[in-house]
Design a protein around this ligand. Structure first.
Ligand code: GLV
Length: 367
Protein backbone atom coordinates (compact mmCIF):
# COMPACT_ATOMS: atom_id res chain seq x y z
CA UNK A 1 0.00 0.00 0.00
CA UNK A 2 1.51 3.30 -1.09
CA UNK A 3 -1.49 5.54 -0.55
CA UNK A 4 -1.03 6.82 -4.07
CA UNK A 5 -3.86 6.45 -6.61
CA UNK A 6 -3.54 3.23 -8.59
CA UNK A 7 -3.22 3.17 -12.36
CA UNK A 8 -3.56 -0.08 -14.23
CA UNK A 9 -1.30 -0.01 -17.28
CA UNK A 10 -2.46 -2.54 -19.87
CA UNK A 11 0.27 -1.94 -22.39
CA UNK A 12 3.95 -1.69 -23.16
CA UNK A 13 5.35 1.64 -22.05
CA UNK A 14 8.53 3.63 -22.56
CA UNK A 15 10.07 3.41 -19.09
CA UNK A 16 12.70 6.00 -19.97
CA UNK A 17 10.08 8.58 -20.95
CA UNK A 18 10.82 11.47 -18.53
CA UNK A 19 7.10 12.18 -18.22
CA UNK A 20 6.55 8.61 -17.08
CA UNK A 21 9.35 8.86 -14.53
CA UNK A 22 7.55 11.86 -12.96
CA UNK A 23 4.13 10.22 -13.34
CA UNK A 24 5.24 7.08 -11.53
CA UNK A 25 6.18 9.18 -8.50
CA UNK A 26 2.56 10.34 -8.18
CA UNK A 27 0.77 7.08 -8.97
CA UNK A 28 1.10 3.42 -8.05
CA UNK A 29 1.56 2.05 -11.53
CA UNK A 30 0.43 -1.55 -11.90
CA UNK A 31 1.85 -3.09 -15.07
CA UNK A 32 -0.31 -5.73 -16.70
CA UNK A 33 0.45 -7.82 -19.76
CA UNK A 34 -2.77 -9.05 -21.33
CA UNK A 35 -2.91 -12.64 -22.51
CA UNK A 36 -6.47 -13.62 -23.27
CA UNK A 37 -9.72 -11.76 -23.05
CA UNK A 38 -11.03 -14.24 -20.48
CA UNK A 39 -7.95 -13.83 -18.29
CA UNK A 40 -8.23 -10.05 -18.50
CA UNK A 41 -11.88 -10.28 -17.47
CA UNK A 42 -10.97 -12.39 -14.42
CA UNK A 43 -7.98 -10.28 -13.42
CA UNK A 44 -9.96 -7.04 -13.59
CA UNK A 45 -12.17 -8.43 -10.83
CA UNK A 46 -9.28 -9.52 -8.61
CA UNK A 47 -8.64 -8.10 -5.14
CA UNK A 48 -5.39 -6.47 -6.30
CA UNK A 49 -7.22 -4.22 -8.75
CA UNK A 50 -10.22 -3.46 -6.53
CA UNK A 51 -9.34 0.21 -6.01
CA UNK A 52 -7.74 1.15 -9.32
CA UNK A 53 -8.74 4.69 -10.32
CA UNK A 54 -7.47 4.84 -13.87
CA UNK A 55 -6.79 2.47 -16.75
CA UNK A 56 -4.02 3.27 -19.19
CA UNK A 57 -5.06 1.15 -22.16
CA UNK A 58 -2.74 2.36 -24.95
CA UNK A 59 -3.54 0.26 -28.08
CA UNK A 60 -5.51 -2.56 -26.45
CA UNK A 61 -8.64 -2.97 -28.47
CA UNK A 62 -6.65 -2.35 -31.63
CA UNK A 63 -3.64 -4.53 -31.42
CA UNK A 64 -2.66 -7.48 -29.30
CA UNK A 65 -6.09 -8.31 -27.92
CA UNK A 66 -7.90 -6.88 -30.91
CA UNK A 67 -11.30 -5.68 -29.90
CA UNK A 68 -11.17 -6.95 -26.35
CA UNK A 69 -11.73 -3.73 -24.47
CA UNK A 70 -15.32 -3.67 -25.48
CA UNK A 71 -18.42 -3.74 -23.37
CA UNK A 72 -18.05 -7.31 -22.16
CA UNK A 73 -14.61 -6.60 -20.70
CA UNK A 74 -15.55 -3.20 -19.36
CA UNK A 75 -18.32 -4.86 -17.38
CA UNK A 76 -15.55 -6.35 -15.23
CA UNK A 77 -13.65 -3.18 -14.44
CA UNK A 78 -13.63 -2.08 -10.81
CA UNK A 79 -16.26 0.50 -9.78
CA UNK A 80 -13.41 2.68 -8.53
CA UNK A 81 -12.25 3.42 -12.11
CA UNK A 82 -12.88 7.03 -13.11
CA UNK A 83 -11.03 7.23 -16.38
CA UNK A 84 -9.93 4.96 -19.20
CA UNK A 85 -7.25 6.64 -21.25
CA UNK A 86 -6.38 5.24 -24.67
CA UNK A 87 -3.68 6.04 -27.22
CA UNK A 88 -5.51 6.19 -30.55
CA UNK A 89 -7.45 8.96 -32.21
CA UNK A 90 -10.24 6.59 -33.24
CA UNK A 91 -12.46 5.19 -30.48
CA UNK A 92 -14.92 3.28 -32.67
CA UNK A 93 -14.11 0.03 -30.83
CA UNK A 94 -15.27 1.35 -27.47
CA UNK A 95 -18.81 1.37 -26.14
CA UNK A 96 -19.19 5.00 -25.17
CA UNK A 97 -22.78 4.72 -23.92
CA UNK A 98 -21.80 1.93 -21.56
CA UNK A 99 -18.84 3.87 -20.17
CA UNK A 100 -20.91 7.03 -19.76
CA UNK A 101 -23.61 5.14 -17.86
CA UNK A 102 -20.93 3.74 -15.57
CA UNK A 103 -19.63 7.31 -15.01
CA UNK A 104 -16.27 6.52 -16.62
CA UNK A 105 -14.50 9.14 -18.73
CA UNK A 106 -12.87 7.84 -21.91
CA UNK A 107 -10.03 9.95 -23.28
CA UNK A 108 -8.27 9.64 -26.64
CA UNK A 109 -5.49 11.52 -28.47
CA UNK A 110 -7.03 13.68 -31.21
CA UNK A 111 -4.64 14.43 -34.06
CA UNK A 112 -2.15 11.81 -32.84
CA UNK A 113 0.42 10.92 -35.45
CA UNK A 114 -1.39 12.82 -38.20
CA UNK A 115 1.84 13.37 -40.12
CA UNK A 116 2.86 9.73 -39.72
CA UNK A 117 -0.50 8.50 -41.01
CA UNK A 118 -0.28 10.95 -43.92
CA UNK A 119 3.18 9.55 -44.76
CA UNK A 120 1.66 6.08 -45.01
CA UNK A 121 -1.22 7.46 -47.11
CA UNK A 122 1.36 8.94 -49.48
CA UNK A 123 3.24 5.65 -49.58
CA UNK A 124 0.02 3.85 -50.51
CA UNK A 125 -0.87 6.45 -53.14
CA UNK A 126 2.54 5.97 -54.75
CA UNK A 127 2.15 2.19 -54.53
CA UNK A 128 -1.24 2.32 -56.24
CA UNK A 129 0.05 4.47 -59.11
CA UNK A 130 3.38 2.69 -59.59
CA UNK A 131 2.36 -0.92 -58.74
CA UNK A 132 5.30 -1.29 -56.37
CA UNK A 133 3.83 -4.22 -54.46
CA UNK A 134 3.46 -6.58 -57.38
CA UNK A 135 6.79 -5.48 -58.82
CA UNK A 136 8.60 -6.04 -55.54
CA UNK A 137 6.97 -9.43 -55.10
CA UNK A 138 8.03 -10.35 -58.61
CA UNK A 139 11.59 -9.22 -58.03
CA UNK A 140 11.84 -11.29 -54.86
CA UNK A 141 10.48 -14.29 -56.69
CA UNK A 142 12.64 -13.98 -59.81
CA UNK A 143 15.69 -12.74 -57.87
CA UNK A 144 16.78 -10.28 -60.55
CA UNK A 145 15.58 -7.08 -62.17
CA UNK A 146 13.44 -8.25 -65.03
CA UNK A 147 13.03 -6.49 -68.29
CA UNK A 148 11.85 -9.27 -70.51
CA UNK A 149 8.27 -9.80 -71.46
CA UNK A 150 8.80 -13.52 -70.91
CA UNK A 151 9.74 -13.12 -67.28
CA UNK A 152 6.99 -10.68 -66.51
CA UNK A 153 4.51 -12.97 -68.19
CA UNK A 154 5.85 -16.16 -66.73
CA UNK A 155 3.70 -18.44 -64.66
CA UNK A 156 6.16 -17.84 -61.85
CA UNK A 157 4.94 -14.28 -61.68
CA UNK A 158 2.81 -13.31 -58.72
CA UNK A 159 -0.35 -15.35 -58.53
CA UNK A 160 -3.54 -13.83 -59.71
CA UNK A 161 -2.16 -11.50 -62.35
CA UNK A 162 -4.18 -11.94 -65.54
CA UNK A 163 -2.34 -14.05 -68.08
CA UNK A 164 -3.56 -12.24 -71.19
CA UNK A 165 0.05 -12.26 -72.14
CA UNK A 166 1.47 -10.50 -75.14
CA UNK A 167 -0.95 -7.67 -75.57
CA UNK A 168 -1.20 -6.62 -71.95
CA UNK A 169 2.13 -6.90 -70.25
CA UNK A 170 5.33 -5.14 -71.21
CA UNK A 171 8.74 -5.88 -69.86
CA UNK A 172 9.37 -2.25 -69.10
CA UNK A 173 6.56 -2.36 -66.56
CA UNK A 174 4.37 0.50 -67.78
CA UNK A 175 1.44 -1.82 -68.21
CA UNK A 176 0.88 -4.58 -65.73
CA UNK A 177 -1.88 -7.13 -65.96
CA UNK A 178 -3.58 -4.99 -68.56
CA UNK A 179 -3.57 -1.93 -66.29
CA UNK A 180 -1.66 1.23 -66.99
CA UNK A 181 1.13 2.39 -64.69
CA UNK A 182 1.00 6.18 -64.40
CA UNK A 183 2.61 8.94 -62.35
CA UNK A 184 0.63 10.58 -59.56
CA UNK A 185 1.87 14.00 -60.71
CA UNK A 186 -0.90 16.00 -62.36
CA UNK A 187 -3.60 13.64 -61.06
CA UNK A 188 -6.52 14.47 -58.79
CA UNK A 189 -6.39 13.20 -55.21
CA UNK A 190 -9.70 13.11 -53.36
CA UNK A 191 -9.43 13.37 -49.59
CA UNK A 192 -12.40 12.22 -47.59
CA UNK A 193 -12.10 13.71 -44.13
CA UNK A 194 -10.16 16.95 -43.74
CA UNK A 195 -9.20 16.67 -40.08
CA UNK A 196 -5.60 16.68 -38.87
CA UNK A 197 -4.69 13.66 -41.03
CA UNK A 198 -6.53 14.88 -44.13
CA UNK A 199 -4.76 18.24 -43.96
CA UNK A 200 -1.36 16.55 -43.76
CA UNK A 201 -2.29 14.35 -46.72
CA UNK A 202 -3.30 17.40 -48.76
CA UNK A 203 0.06 19.09 -48.04
CA UNK A 204 1.94 15.98 -49.13
CA UNK A 205 0.02 15.18 -52.31
CA UNK A 206 0.20 18.78 -53.53
CA UNK A 207 3.97 18.66 -52.97
CA UNK A 208 3.91 15.66 -55.32
CA UNK A 209 2.24 17.69 -58.03
CA UNK A 210 -1.30 16.44 -57.48
CA UNK A 211 -4.36 18.60 -57.00
CA UNK A 212 -6.44 18.02 -53.85
CA UNK A 213 -10.21 17.57 -53.94
CA UNK A 214 -12.29 17.29 -50.82
CA UNK A 215 -15.69 17.21 -49.28
CA UNK A 216 -16.21 18.10 -45.64
CA UNK A 217 -19.46 18.66 -43.79
CA UNK A 218 -17.97 21.59 -41.88
CA UNK A 219 -16.36 24.01 -44.35
CA UNK A 220 -12.68 24.74 -43.71
CA UNK A 221 -12.10 28.04 -41.94
CA UNK A 222 -9.95 30.77 -43.46
CA UNK A 223 -7.31 30.04 -40.80
CA UNK A 224 -7.26 26.38 -41.88
CA UNK A 225 -7.03 27.33 -45.53
CA UNK A 226 -4.17 29.71 -44.79
CA UNK A 227 -2.08 26.72 -43.63
CA UNK A 228 -2.95 24.66 -46.72
CA UNK A 229 -2.04 24.87 -50.42
CA UNK A 230 -5.46 26.43 -51.12
CA UNK A 231 -4.75 27.25 -54.77
CA UNK A 232 -4.40 23.52 -55.51
CA UNK A 233 -7.58 22.58 -53.61
CA UNK A 234 -11.18 22.23 -54.76
CA UNK A 235 -14.12 21.76 -52.38
CA UNK A 236 -17.28 19.80 -53.30
CA UNK A 237 -20.62 19.95 -51.59
CA UNK A 238 -21.24 16.20 -51.41
CA UNK A 239 -19.52 12.85 -51.67
CA UNK A 240 -21.40 12.16 -54.89
CA UNK A 241 -19.93 15.29 -56.43
CA UNK A 242 -16.43 14.62 -55.14
CA UNK A 243 -15.99 11.01 -56.29
CA UNK A 244 -16.23 11.54 -60.09
CA UNK A 245 -13.33 14.00 -59.73
CA UNK A 246 -10.83 11.65 -58.06
CA UNK A 247 -8.07 9.71 -59.80
CA UNK A 248 -7.37 8.37 -56.33
CA UNK A 249 -9.54 8.76 -53.25
CA UNK A 250 -8.04 8.55 -49.77
CA UNK A 251 -10.24 7.76 -46.78
CA UNK A 252 -9.35 9.32 -43.45
CA UNK A 253 -12.73 9.93 -41.79
CA UNK A 254 -13.67 8.36 -38.45
CA UNK A 255 -15.80 5.22 -38.60
CA UNK A 256 -19.37 5.79 -37.41
CA UNK A 257 -22.85 4.65 -38.35
CA UNK A 258 -22.83 7.44 -40.96
CA UNK A 259 -19.53 6.48 -42.56
CA UNK A 260 -19.82 2.67 -42.36
CA UNK A 261 -19.23 1.30 -45.90
CA UNK A 262 -19.18 4.81 -47.27
CA UNK A 263 -17.41 3.26 -50.24
CA UNK A 264 -19.76 0.57 -51.50
CA UNK A 265 -20.77 -0.70 -54.93
CA UNK A 266 -22.88 2.42 -55.54
CA UNK A 267 -20.31 5.02 -54.51
CA UNK A 268 -17.35 3.15 -56.04
CA UNK A 269 -19.19 3.31 -59.35
CA UNK A 270 -19.06 7.13 -59.12
CA UNK A 271 -15.25 7.09 -59.31
CA UNK A 272 -13.84 7.54 -62.81
CA UNK A 273 -12.80 4.44 -64.76
CA UNK A 274 -9.31 3.40 -63.64
CA UNK A 275 -9.35 5.22 -60.29
CA UNK A 276 -7.42 4.08 -57.21
CA UNK A 277 -8.61 3.75 -53.60
CA UNK A 278 -6.52 4.24 -50.46
CA UNK A 279 -7.76 3.68 -46.89
CA UNK A 280 -5.86 4.84 -43.80
CA UNK A 281 -8.99 5.48 -41.69
CA UNK A 282 -10.82 2.36 -40.61
CA UNK A 283 -11.52 -0.87 -42.48
CA UNK A 284 -15.27 -0.52 -42.02
CA UNK A 285 -15.31 2.53 -44.30
CA UNK A 286 -15.11 0.23 -47.33
CA UNK A 287 -17.22 -2.73 -48.35
CA UNK A 288 -14.35 -5.11 -49.17
CA UNK A 289 -16.44 -7.28 -51.49
CA UNK A 290 -17.51 -4.26 -53.52
CA UNK A 291 -13.87 -3.12 -53.70
CA UNK A 292 -12.73 -6.48 -55.03
CA UNK A 293 -15.60 -6.57 -57.54
CA UNK A 294 -14.63 -3.09 -58.80
CA UNK A 295 -11.00 -4.21 -59.23
CA UNK A 296 -12.04 -7.42 -60.97
CA UNK A 297 -14.29 -5.58 -63.39
CA UNK A 298 -11.41 -3.22 -64.24
CA UNK A 299 -13.35 -0.19 -63.01
CA UNK A 300 -10.65 0.40 -60.40
CA UNK A 301 -6.93 0.02 -61.13
CA UNK A 302 -5.46 -0.68 -57.69
CA UNK A 303 -6.03 -0.14 -53.97
CA UNK A 304 -3.84 0.49 -50.94
CA UNK A 305 -5.08 -0.43 -47.48
CA UNK A 306 -3.62 0.07 -44.01
CA UNK A 307 -6.86 -0.84 -42.19
CA UNK A 308 -9.32 -3.72 -42.44
CA UNK A 309 -12.80 -4.56 -41.35
CA UNK A 310 -12.71 -7.02 -38.43
CA UNK A 311 -9.06 -6.40 -37.44
CA UNK A 312 -6.87 -8.07 -36.39
CA UNK A 313 -8.19 -10.48 -39.02
CA UNK A 314 -8.01 -9.45 -42.67
CA UNK A 315 -10.83 -10.32 -45.05
CA UNK A 316 -9.51 -13.36 -46.94
CA UNK A 317 -10.52 -11.90 -50.31
CA UNK A 318 -7.96 -9.08 -49.96
CA UNK A 319 -4.96 -11.16 -49.01
CA UNK A 320 -3.62 -12.70 -52.21
CA UNK A 321 -4.30 -9.93 -54.69
CA UNK A 322 -1.54 -8.46 -56.80
CA UNK A 323 -3.51 -5.24 -57.27
CA UNK A 324 -3.90 -4.36 -53.58
CA UNK A 325 -1.07 -3.12 -51.37
CA UNK A 326 -1.73 -4.09 -47.77
CA UNK A 327 -0.06 -2.89 -44.58
CA UNK A 328 -0.76 -4.09 -41.03
CA UNK A 329 -2.34 -0.91 -39.60
CA UNK A 330 0.93 0.97 -39.17
CA UNK A 331 -0.27 4.48 -40.02
CA UNK A 332 0.83 6.08 -36.79
CA UNK A 333 3.31 3.42 -35.66
CA UNK A 334 6.40 5.50 -34.95
CA UNK A 335 8.44 6.20 -31.85
CA UNK A 336 7.33 9.85 -31.91
CA UNK A 337 3.68 8.81 -31.91
CA UNK A 338 4.14 6.42 -29.00
CA UNK A 339 5.74 9.06 -26.79
CA UNK A 340 3.07 11.63 -27.73
CA UNK A 341 0.34 9.09 -26.97
CA UNK A 342 1.85 8.15 -23.61
CA UNK A 343 2.17 11.79 -22.65
CA UNK A 344 -1.44 12.43 -23.67
CA UNK A 345 -2.62 9.46 -21.63
CA UNK A 346 -0.70 10.58 -18.52
CA UNK A 347 -1.91 14.16 -18.84
CA UNK A 348 -5.52 12.97 -19.06
CA UNK A 349 -5.17 10.64 -16.08
CA UNK A 350 -3.58 13.37 -13.97
CA UNK A 351 -6.33 15.78 -14.91
CA UNK A 352 -9.13 13.42 -13.90
CA UNK A 353 -7.57 11.77 -10.87
CA UNK A 354 -5.41 14.52 -9.34
CA UNK A 355 -7.13 17.69 -10.53
CA UNK A 356 -10.75 16.50 -10.48
CA UNK A 357 -11.16 17.52 -14.13
CA UNK A 358 -13.22 15.92 -16.90
CA UNK A 359 -10.16 15.00 -18.95
CA UNK A 360 -8.07 17.11 -21.32
CA UNK A 361 -9.28 15.28 -24.43
CA UNK A 362 -12.40 13.43 -23.31
CA UNK A 363 -14.52 11.47 -25.74
CA UNK A 364 -17.62 11.47 -23.52
CA UNK A 365 -19.15 13.79 -20.96
CA UNK A 366 -20.05 12.54 -17.51
CA UNK A 367 -22.86 14.22 -15.54
O1 GLV B 1 -5.60 3.90 -35.81
C1 GLV B 1 -5.08 4.60 -35.00
C2 GLV B 1 -5.71 5.71 -34.35
O2 GLV B 1 -6.94 5.84 -34.38
O3 GLV B 1 -4.98 6.51 -33.72
Amino acid sequence: MTGKPKVLIISDITESNPTYIEFSKKFECIRYVPTTKEQLFTDLQSEKLRDVTAIWAMWVGFAELGGTIEKDVFEAIPLSVKVVSIAPVGYDRYDIDFLTKRGIILTNNPGLGAGAVADIALFLILATFRFTTVLEQSLRKERHVFRSREVLNSDKFVTGIPSRREENVFGFGNNIGGRTVTSPGGKRCGVLGVGAIGKEIIRRVVAFGMSAHYYTRTPLSNEDLATLPASSMTAYSSLDELLPNCDVVVLCVPLSARTYHILNSKTLALLPQGARVVNVGRGGLIDSEALVAALDSGHLTTAGLDVFEGEPQIPEILLDRWDITILPHIGSATQETVITAENGIMRNIENVVLEGGSGITPVNKIR
